[in-house]
Design a protein around this ligand. Structure first.
Ligand SMILES: Nc1nc2c(c(=O)[nH]1)N[C@H]1C(S)=C(S)[C@@H](COP(=O)(O)OP(=O)(O)OC[C@H]3O[C@@H](n4cnc5c(=O)[nH]c(N)nc54)[C@H](O)[C@@H]3O)O[C@H]1N2
Ligand SMILES: Nc1nc2c(c(=O)[nH]1)N[C@H]1C(S)=C(S)[C@@H](COP(=O)(O)OP(=O)(O)OC[C@H]3O[C@@H](n4cnc5c(=O)[nH]c(N)nc54)[C@H](O)[C@@H]3O)O[C@H]1N2
Ligand code: SF4
Ligand SMILES: [Mo]
Length: 711
């Protein structure tokens, strides 16, 4: 062993959207260390504790490596060939009897962090021919894509904050210091926020919790959960009324007059009454934003995954636009990625409400239905009921609202197949689990998040370990499965070249490829010989040549939002309608740097230290409930109740309870030995599947009405 050479591998971390560069030192098949790659132009050596979990993930004895099948309640290993042919036969028979749409697919978050799943997932979808597609998008960011489609003409033409040049960074419902950023690829956010302050700029945060990000901000305002919509609409109106210089965007903006009318009743006073922030404070923020030379407003989970997610995101874009900060340095800018660069005519622009879910009539978006509808489609009998499910890299039992209902639904399926390397709360319901290689056993190009980077760059990482005999990559499983199913269904199957070859083509044909940029002539070979990545420069303006709307104009009024905005305009109550006066609390989430959604809790080195799965309440609420620190409480919503330890903290505003998601590893039938020890409670057992943004059906994970009492 000691005779073997030590090798330093350059690798991009795929565990979150920041894609930090790593130096991973190996000796034989051992990992000796994982450190930040100082040569990465974007992350500059930054790293977080999650990267260390890559080693645990690689070495985890609980990780499944061979296909398994459930036979009489027991898991047995079977050969790949047998798995593919049995699944194909069953899919063909089931879809033959009940129709193609009786088979649903849930694609979880890690699909977007694994480019082979993105390129080759399409093959499986083609073979399955189902309209019943679901994904983490509708638990997370559907409002972003909806608004991008309507304002800019393409669901993936999404602007990001130009963090490195702004003088005023206004954040709603985002905690990048803990999450490392979302819908903006921004490693080392803490240092970047500090740089804003060093150049005399300001960081301002609106959040019902004084988060880790609020802690380093210049100003923090406690905003009542899901009341942001009033603040944002009042701010939009204020910007329209007070910005005197014309917008110089190079793109025509249509509908401003109608927008004025729509906003007539959204005053600062109304926003103050709803949000709990004084009118003076709101006006102070609005003025500071308008007076800053380069300002940007950005909103994330706290405003995307709540009752008014879509209107919030729409207002945010329009504030950037009308304040003159859209497509401008230091404002909200459109990244120019090396692969997947969106320009007019680019395929996959998206569509909305072409069909609806059977039970609740929720709209599709881009060929997907909202995940909140998955359980009811399985449980509700009748024509069109779902009978089978494929999950790929997802754990909806812990991640999606009303997890108990999903448990019940999954347990009655005729067929369930999971592509996953863990036997967890979701995959325990499967008939077959097909495990892919671990992350370090395959290569990596960040197809999704390099499109959202706050500085343009490209990076490709080779696999660190060769995959062992009998292992398969996700993309290989997807291809083989698609082929077997196509044969069984007697439909054509067209294979696809491997992912890295697709990326090579994409690089060469993209904006930095040979055709467009002779000087740089980016290709896979070029990236391979620059394993720390290639810097492609600061974000560039250019919406006028990229906008994908048919008439190349921005139409600011989105028709489908009108009824919702009208309803908001006439509402008097301080709280959400669905929250009656007996329901004392609004539930919000909480992320921690040492936790990652539902699946990294099996890493001892990551979860070590104090427990982080408890509830937090304001000290005044702990008092009025007559509770002591750490006492157990019952939190109840329309869909269920949980028991959880509660602590007081003045970081939480009164009337709000904060509980992180992704815990609850005590369900039977899993094999996660480390996670089971720190099991925790799944907050999604009380997150209401009927509390969603009705425009897109995106889950309402924040601002959920609930009651709290002492156990
Ligand atoms: N209450 C509440 N709920 C939330 C949230 C919240 O803030 N509050 N956040 C939501 C958000 S933003 C998201 S994105 C979702 C995430 O929820 P999910 O979409 O369920 O994703 P994860 O929890 O990350 O589950 C990842 C699964 O993928 C598997 N996996 C990991 N890597 C790979 C791989 O390379 N290949 C394969 N085949 N499998 C892999 C893991 O073993 C695990 O089973 O949760 C949502 N749920
Ligand atoms: N360590 C770690 N990093 C992660 C993840 C993880 O689980 N752990 N998950 C990854 C994923 S999938 C995603 S999508 C990103 C998410 O990235 P972020 O969106 O930055 O993450 P959150 O921590 O959910 O931030 C939401 C913030 O909104 C606040 N909030 C809740 N309700 C409201 C409201 O009504 N109004 C306002 N204004 N604020 C509100 C919450 O208190 C919280 O501080 O993080 C990614 N990174
Ligand atoms: S911030 Fe994200 S990408 Fe960077 S090391 Fe941590 S988990 Fe990996
Ligand atoms: Mo997410």
């Amino acid at each position: 062993m000691t005779d073997l050479p030590q090798i330093t591998h350059k690798r991009a971390c795929h565990l979150c959207e920041a894609i930090c560069g790593l130096d991973i030192v190996t000796q034989g098949d051992q990992i000796l260390s994982i450190k930040g790659d100082k040569d990465d132009p974007l992350s500059r050596g930054h790293i977080c504790p999650k990267a260390i979990a890559l080693q645990d993930l690689h070495e985890d004895p609980d990780r499944i490596k061979k296909p398994i099948k459930r036979v009489d309640g027991e898991w047995v290993e079977i050969p790949w060939e047998q798995a593919f042919s049995e699944i194909a036969e069953r899919v063909a028979a089931l879809q033959g009897e009940h129709g193609n749409d009786s088979l649903a697919v849930y694609a979880g978050n890690p699909n977007v962090h694994n480019y082979g799943n993105l390129t080759h997932g399409k093959l499986l979808r083609k073979a399955l021919q189902t309209k019943s597609n679901f994904s983490a998008t509708s638990l997370d960011q559907l409002p972003h894509h909806f608004v991008a489609l309507y304002l800019f003409g393409h669901q993936f033409l999404v602007p990001v904050p130009d963090v490195d040049h702004t003088d005023y960074f206004l954040m709603f419902g985002a905690n990048p210091v803990a999450s490392n950023g979302s819908m903006m690829t921004v490693p080392d956010i803490k240092k970047r926020l500090k740089s804003i302050q060093e150049r005399q700029g300001k960081v301002v945060v609106f959040d019902p919790r004084r988060s880790e990000t609020a802690d380093v901000a210049d100003e923090h305002y406690f905003v009542r959960p899901s009341s942001d919509v009033y603040v944002l609409l009042a701010m939009l109106r204020y910007v329209l009324e007070n910005k005197d210089t014309p917008i110089d965007l190079g793109v025509e903006v249509l509908g401003t007059e109608q927008l004025y009318d729509m906003l007539a009743s959204f005053s600062i006073e109304k926003a103050a009454q709803q949000s709990g922030i004084s009118a003076d404070e709101l006006k102070h923020v609005f003025d500071a934003f308008l007076n800053a030379d380069k300002a940007v407003i950005y909103g994330r989970m706290g405003v995307s995954t709540q009752r008014y997610g879509t209107i919030c995101q729409w207002a945010i874009h329009l504030i950037n636009l009308y304040s003159g900060n859209l497509d401008k340095q230091g404002g909200a800018m459109f990244p120019s990625s090396a692969v997947g660069y969106v320009k007019p005519g680019e395929p996959g622009r998206g569509h909305y409400a072409k069909y609806h879910s059977r039970v609740s009539g929720l709209p599709e978006f881009g060929g997907e239905l909202p995940s909140t509808a998955l359980a009811e489609e399985i449980l509700t009998e009748g024509e069109g009921q779902y009978k089978a499910l494929f999950t790929m890299a997802g754990n909806p039992v812990l991640s999606a609202p009303n997890g108990r209902q999903l448990d019940e639904a999954f347990s009655q399926l005729d067929l369930m197949v999971s592509l996953d390397f863990y036997l967890n709360e979701t995959t325990r319901h499967a008939d077959y689990i097909l495990p892919p290689t671990g992350p370090l056993e395959h290569d990596h190009y960040d197809l999704a998040f390099l499109r959202l980077s706050v500085r343009d760059y490209a990076r490709y990482s080779d696999a660190i370990f060769e995959k062992k005999e009998g292992y398969m990559h996700d993309w290989e499983i997807l291809s083989r499965l698609a082929k077997a199913i196509s044969i069984a269904k007697e439909i054509p199957f067209k294979p696809l070249i491997p992912p890295h070859m697709l990326i090579d083509m994409g690089l060469q044909m993209g904006p930095y490829g040979k055709a467009a940029n002779q000087g740089l002539a980016l290709s896979l070979d070029k990236l391979k010989s620059n394993p720390s990545g290639i810097d492609l420069g600061p974000l560039k303006s250019g919406l006028s040549s990229r906008i994908c709307t048919e008439d190349k104009c921005i139409h600011v009024v989105i028709e489908s939002l009108l009824p919702e905005i009208e309803a908001l305009a006439t509402r008097e109550e301080g709280r959400d309608e669905s929250c009656d006066s007996q329901t004392e609390f609004l539930l919000i989430g909480r992320r921690h740097i040492r936790s990652n959604n539902s699946w990294l809790h099996n890493s001892q080195r990551l979860v070590k230290g104090p427990r982080r799965d408890h509830a937090l309440l304001n000290p005044s609420d702990i008092d009025s409930l007559g509770m002591a620190e750490g006492e157990r409480i019952v939190v109840q919503s329309r869909v269920g109740k949980i028991e959880i330890d509660a602590f007081s903290s003045d970081e939480i505003m009164p009337g709000v309870i904060s509980i992180p998601h992704g815990w609850g590893h005590d369900r039977n039938g899993t094999n996660l030995s480390v996670a089971q020890e720190c099991a925790g409670v799944s907050v999604n057992d009380i997150v209401d599947d009927q509390y969603y943004d009705p425009l897109t059906g995106n889950a309402g994970l924040n601002g959920v009405p609930c009651s709290v009492r002492k156990l």
